[in-house]
Design a protein around this ligand. Structure first.
Ligand code: SF4
Ligand code: SF4
Length: 506
């Protein structure tokens, strides 16, 4: 199943033993899978790429676990927001997230009773068409958990339209200190594999390929075992595990396209069109299977909490949990004068108000790291930034051009290809923050790309009155797919059958 070849891209960052927890056995032993029950959650209505959701509750409303508290505005493409706790709504106001996004947010005080919506329960004995599956995934509020938070339903639709052959599951977590995806595989390998199989069928792919670092032996074994168990139920799919060298940022889709298909995607070019492949993060696949099989919307996620002078934790937390609550559950992580970083220490953002900064759908790690006081000097032309850039750019040259306002020249030099990996700033001995300037320039182009993806999805949504009108009251469309709903039982030719049909346990 696993071919012996090792895939990778050129350059990138080798964080080595200093940052690579996978090689630190004491850390592996320290991993405790903890569950956090916060006193309150703050749910931003925009945690994804696209239009913010609109609060669907009022102050003082009682909310249950799994309840939809934010719905997409009519006629727009967005994803709903659900509560991972039960309790009362105490506030609805605008907040600014560390990434600068200003968004309405719903604050809910936890009654610690964990009263759930009746509809949040496992399905049994049913078949779903591809369109129904996409509807469930959309209404479960699922967006990519490993990157920009692109709504998963939109990406599935685009992959269907492009008739992709390979369904790639990104298990290549390579950011320093972050092991949340790897823990998702270790703890729930069957769900990751089943979610991948179901979504591969949704898009009509013929191969399901898991991409993983060669040194993640435990996770490789877990995936292999699950595939062996499950493959008889997905006979039309071929399975493969492809091994990659461990380096940062290995899982980015353009680097995957280069390593697997030998294609250098231009900025704006999609892997779906160029390689007939689509890449999804493994934690996103876990969330998809929870929605398809158990009717669980995206309301919690695994977050790594760790730093360079302390142990590591992986916690299952309701989305919206304040960072301070997470840190108080990790007593060994001292943050006195250290930086608290929302995200990983290469691309994350330092925060100063952990009480009011929530975990969002795309937060895979909270890093607590020593403040490195690198004296800022002019560029010494050491070339380190160019050596590590995975996109083969010359960050120092581009940085200078942007500083001088030479935007057109910077674009010609490839600046739009920057993937904001943070490697150049990390290695720069002169302490120059190259990433912020280059990545924001490149980001302007990326916004246009994402908007075009969402616009296409929006056009498709407008043809479906059922979907638009289903966002009423407290419930999401999830409830419309409850067992025995005859109106929705019309099967498209590409219907997928979930393997626990006929009382089969997985
Ligand atoms: S220029 Fe962009 S892609 Fe290259 S190392 Fe810097 S942040 Fe990463
Ligand atoms: S790493 Fe820093 S000092 Fe070295 S060439 Fe790049 S910008 Fe200049």
């Amino acid at each position: 199943m696993a071919d012996r070849r090792l895939y990778s891209f050129y350059r990138g960052l080798f964080t080595g033993d200093v940052l690579n927890f996978s090689k630190r056995s004491p850390f592996v032993k320290e991993i405790m899978f903890e569950r956090v029950y916060p006193a309150k959650i703050i749910l931003p209505m925009k945690m994804h790429s696209g239009v913010p959701a609109v609060p669907a509750v009022k102050v003082d409303d009682y909310v249950r676990v799994g309840q939809c508290v934010g719905v997409p505005a009519k006629g727009t493409f967005s994803v709903p927001v659900h509560s991972g706790i039960s309790g009362r709504v105490t506030d609805i106001s605008e907040i600014r997230l560390p990434n600068g996004i200003l968004t309405p947010a719903v604050t809910i005080r936890n009654d610690m009773k964990r009263t759930r919506l009746d509809s949040v329960r496992p399905r049994s004995g049913f078949k779903l068409s591809a369109q129904e599956s996409i509807g469930i995934i959309r209404d479960a509020g699922i967006c990519g958990m490993g990157g920009e938070g692109i709504p998963t339903a939109a990406k599935l639709r685009r992959a269907r339209t492009e008739v992709v052959k390979d369904f790639l599951v990104n298990c290549l977590q390579s950011e320093p200190y972050s092991t949340s995806d790897l823990v998702a595989i270790t703890e729930y390998p069957d769900y990751v594999v089943l979610g991948s199989c179901a979504c591969a069928r949704v898009v009509g792919a013929s191969k399901c390929i898991f991409l993983i670092s060669e040194n993640r032996k435990e996770q490789r074994k877990a995936l292999s075992n699950s595939i062996e168990k499950i493959k008889a139920d997905f006979k039309d799919l071929e399975f493969e595990i492809k091994l990659f060298r461990e380096r940062f940022p290995q899982g980015y889709y353009r680097l995957v396209a280069r390593a697997l298909y030998g294609k250098n995607l231009a900025a704006g070019e999609t892997i779906e069109k160029a390689c007939k492949a689509v890449v999804f993060n493994c934690s996103t696949m876990l969330a998809c299977w929870e929605a398809l099989s158990d009717n669980i919307p995206m309301m919690s996620r695994i977050v790594s909490v760790t730093g360079d002078s302390s142990g590591g934790h992986n916690m299952l937390v309701p989305i919206g949990t304040p960072v301070s609550e997470i840190l108080s559950n990790a007593q060994d992580i001292k943050n006195g004068s250290d930086m608290i970083v929302w995200g990983n220490c290469l691309t994350g953002i330092e925060i100063n108000d952990p009480e009011n900064t929530p975990i969002v759908k795309t937060t895979s790690v909270i890093s607590v790291v020593r403040r490195a006081e690198v004296p800022r000097t002019p560029c010494i032309h050491c070339g380190l930034c160019s050596e590590c850039c995975p996109m083969n750019l010359s960050p120092n040259t581009i940085f200078e051009m942007l500083n001088q306002g030479l935007r057109q020249k910077a674009a010609e030099e490839g600046a739009r290809d920057c993937i904001a990996c943070g490697s150049c700033s990390y290695v720069c001995p002169a302490g120059i923050n190259l990433t912020t300037a280059i990545a924001s320039f490149a980001g302007e182009g990326r916004i246009i790309e994402i908007n075009s993806l969402l616009d296409n999805s929006s056009a498709e949504d407008k043809t479906s009155e059922e979907m638009k009108t289903s966002y009423v009251g407290e419930a999401s469309l999830l409830e419309d797919y409850a067992d025995g709903d005859e109106d929705r039982s019309v099967r498209s030719p590409d219907a997928i059958t979930l393997p626990f049909e006929k009382d089969k346990e997985v």
